[in-house]
Design a protein around this ligand. Structure first.
Ligand code: PMP
Ligand code: GLN
Length: 382
C-alpha cells in the first residue's frame, strides 16, 4: 500500500505564474505574464560573480549572510530610510524574497492566529499563512483604486490578530502606500501585539516622483516589522533568487531559528559580488525612472487598443480592464489571448481566494521596447 499524504494545502494548485509561463512557451507567445525582465543585467555584476568564484569564494559563508554584504546593506538602508539598522542582529540574507516572507511567518505564527491579508494578494501569502495553521483574514482593496479601506481593517482586527501583511509597491496592482496609510496603520497597531510583514521587493520601482513608504522609515512601525527584499528585482536577475529580511533583533532571533535549519546559508560567490556592487548607488537610484519610461511607453502603445488602463504607480506591472472587449472570465480570456493572439498575461482573479473577477489582466512591462511593441501589435487585433 502506498502511503497517503493528508495535504497541508488541500486547495492549492500550481501557481498561476508557472501555468501562464508554460502556456506562453507552448504557444510561442510573448510572455507579459510572469514578472521578469527580458533585457540583460549588468555585465559588471556578472563579472564580479566570476571573479568571486575564481578568487576561491566557493565555501559556506556565515549563516546570516556574508558580513560585508550585510554591512553594505545596512549602510544603504540607513542612508536611504534614515534608519539605524545593525547588520549583525537585524539583516539576514535569504534565497529570495518569497523565502524571507515564509520564514518570517513561520517564525511568528501559532495555529489559530489571524493574519490580515489584503486582496488581490501576491500568490504565496495565503498558503504561507495556512501552512502554519493560522487563519487569513481577507480584506479586499477598493476597486479600481486598489486602496486599503482602513475602517474595514479596524472592524476586522480582533484579539487573535497576530500580523498584518503589506506590500508596497504592490503586486499585481502597482498601488503604493501613502503617508496617510502609514498614519492609519500606526494608529491601528499602537498598543497591540500585532506584527507587520511588509513586502518591499519593489522598493526602487516607484514612479511619478512618489516616495517609497518603507516600514524602515518609522521606528514605531519597524519595532514590530519584518521587511522583505529581493536582489532579483533590483539588479534585473530574478533567476538569482537572492534577497534579505530586515527586522529588529528580537524578531530576527526567531527568524534565524527557522532559517538555520531550512536553508542555513545562501550561495557565496553571488554575495561577494553583490557586496562589491552595492555601493554603486546609481544602479538602484535610477531604477524608478528606467521602469517609469517602460510603463509610459507601454501605456502609450496600449492606448491604441480596446483595453482600458488602471494606473500603476510602482512595480513591474500594469493592470488593464478588458470589460469593453469580452465578458469571459479573466482566466479564460487570458488563456485565449495566449493561444489565439500570442500574448501571455496574468488573470488578476488568481490573486483572490474567492476568484473575484473584475475583467482585469496584469501585464508585465519590464521588457525591451521591441517586445512591448510586438505584444501591442498583436493586442491591437483583439
Ligand atoms: N513578493 C512579491 C510581491 C513579488 O512580486 C516577488 C517576485 N517574485 C517576490 C515577493 C519574491 O521575490 P523572489 O524572486 O526574490 O523570491
Ligand atoms: N513575482 C513574479 C510575478 O509576480 C513571479 C515570481 C514567481 O514566479 N513565483 O510575476
Amino acid at each position: 500500500m502506498t502511503p497517503f499524504i493528508k495535504s497541508k494545502l488541500p486547495n492549492v494548485g500550481t501557481t498561476i505564474f508557472t501555468v501562464m509561463s508554460s502556456l506562453a512557451l507552448e504557444n510561442k507567445a510573448i510572455n507579459l505574464g510572469q514578472g521578469f525582465p527580458d533585457y540583460p543585467m549588468s555585465a559588471e555584476l556578472i563579472a564580479l560573480v566570476g571573479q568571486a568564484m575564481n578568487n576561491g569564494h566557493n565555501q559556506y559563508v556565515h549563516m546570516n549572510g556574508l558580513p560585508l554584504l550585510r554591512q553594505r546593506l545596512a549602510d544603504k538602508i540607513n542612508g536611504l530610510y534614515d534608519a539605524q539598522i545593525d547588520p549583525e542582529t537585524s539583516i539576514t540574507i535569504t534565497p529570495g524574497g518569497t523565502y524571507a516572507i515564509y520564514t518570517a511567518l513561520t517564525g511568528v505564527l501559532q495555529p489559530g492566529d489571524e493574519v490580515i491579508v489584503f486582496e488581490p494578494a501576491y500568490d504565496s501569502y495565503i498558503p504561507n499563512v495556512e501552512i502554519n495553521g493560522a487563519i487569513p483574514v481577507l480584506i479586499q482593496l477598493t476597486y479600481p483604486e486598489y486602496k486599503i479601506n482602513w475602517d474595514l481593517v479596524k472592524q476586522r482586527v480582533s484579539p487573535k490578530t497576530r500580523m498584518i501583511m503589506l506590500n508596497t509597491p504592490h503586486n499585481p496592482t502597482g498601488s503604493v502606500l501613502s503617508a496617510d496609510d502609514i498614519e492609519q496603520l500606526r494608529h491601528i497597531v499602537k498598543d497591540t501585539r500585532i506584527f507587520i510583514l511588509c513586502d518591499e521587493v519593489y522598493e526602487h520601482l516607484i514612479f511619478d516622483g512618489l516616495k517609497h513608504e518603507s516600514m524602515l522609515r518609522y521606528p514605531e512601525l519597524f519595532e514590530r516589522s519584518f521587511v522583505c527584499f529581493s536582489f532579483g528585482k533590483v539588479y534585473h536577475c530574478t533567476g538569482w533568487k537572492l534577497g534579505y529580511c530586515v527586522a529588529p533583533a528580537n524578531l530576527m532571533k526567531e527568524f534565524r531559528k527557522v532559517h538555520q535549519f531550512n536553508c542555513f546559508t545562501c550561495n557565496s560567490p553571488f554575495q561577494f559580488a553583490l557586496a562589491e556592487f552595492l555601493p554603486k548607488q546609481e544602479n538602484y537610484l535610477q531604477l524608478g525612472f528606467f521602469l517609469q519610461q517602460k510603463r509610459d511607453y507601454f501605456d502609450s502603445l496600449m492606448a491604441q487598443t480596446k483595453f482600458r488602463v488602471i494606473p500603476s504607480y510602482g512595480s513591474y506591472f500594469q493592470l488593464y480592464s478588458y470589460a469593453a472587449i469580452s465578458d469571459e472570465t479573466e482566466r479564460d480570456f487570458a488563456i485565449r489571448l495566449t493561444k489565439e493572439y500570442g500574448v501571455a498575461t496574468i488573470p488578476v482573479s488568481a490573486f483572490y481566494k474567492n476568484g473575484q473577477d473584475n475583467k482585469v489582466l496584469r501585464f508585465c512591462f519590464s521588457k525591451k521596447e521591441s517586445t512591448l511593441l510586438e505584444a501591442v501589435n498583436r493586442l491591437m487585433k483583439v
